[in-house]
Design a protein around this ligand. Structure first.
Ligand code: GRF
Length: 185
């Protein structure tokens, strides 16, 4: 089985997915990245995972760059597309081709706190239970069907950094597990 990961930033989830699954559970065939210079690209190079990097500003529309992504994906025929900190809404070009095969991880317990800063929004709200959600991707922002979640109870006075560390640790446990389950189904 083959998967493709999409990321825009640090890529710590990409890294764990490769460490835990690549050439064991599946082949991580490609990293798609919309940001030249993002740290996930350095990781990909060290991990010997091919990359497709594009600059959205060089295209007139989302459909234009998604068509190029689709062409690249056609060569791979991935079983699953894994969004891991990809900071763009998936458009209809990709959805039409792969809906039901695109998943995302979000650092909050959806449907609470969708959007860019799930951790900050949850902290500002003052919730006592925090967690992460893996869900299918649809046309909305963090609205697709939930596949799995994991959570922890706050002690109450952690810093944002401490919370982020715990959230990331949960993500790094949950995401590879869910990917494995979906590929086996
Ligand atoms: C994660 O917190 C994920 O939930 C969110 O973006 C972050 C990506 O982190 N969608 P990283 O790039 O995998 O380190």
């Amino acid at each position: 089985k083959k998967i493709v990961v999409f990321a825009s930033g640090s890529g710590s989830n990409f890294q764990t997915i490769v460490d835990k699954l690549h050439q064991k559970t599946c082949e991580v065939a490609l990293l798609v990245c919309d940001k030249a210079g993002a740290y996930c690209l350095e990781r990909a190079e060290k991990l010997h995972i091919p990359t497709f990097v594009f600059n959205p500003k060089e295209y007139e529309t989302k459909a234009d760059f998604e068509k190029e992504i689709c062409q690249r994906l056609n060569l791979i025929q991935p079983d699953l597309i894994v969004l891991a900190g990809y900071m763009r809404i998936i458009g209809e070009t990709l959805l039409n081709a792969y809906e039901g095969k695109i998943i995302n991880i979000h650092p909050a317990l959806l449907p609470a706190f969708p959007g860019r800063d799930g951790i900050g929004d949850a902290l500002n709200y003052g919730v006592k239970v925090m967690g992460v959600t893996v869900h299918y991707v649809d046309a909305g922002i963090d609205t697709g069907n939930i596949i799995d979640q994991a959570c922890f109870k706050r002690t109450g006075n952690e810093t944002r950094e401490e919370v982020e560390t715990r959230i990331h640790a949960l993500e790094h446990e949950l995401y590879p597990q869910v990917i494995t389950q979906l590929l086996q189904a």
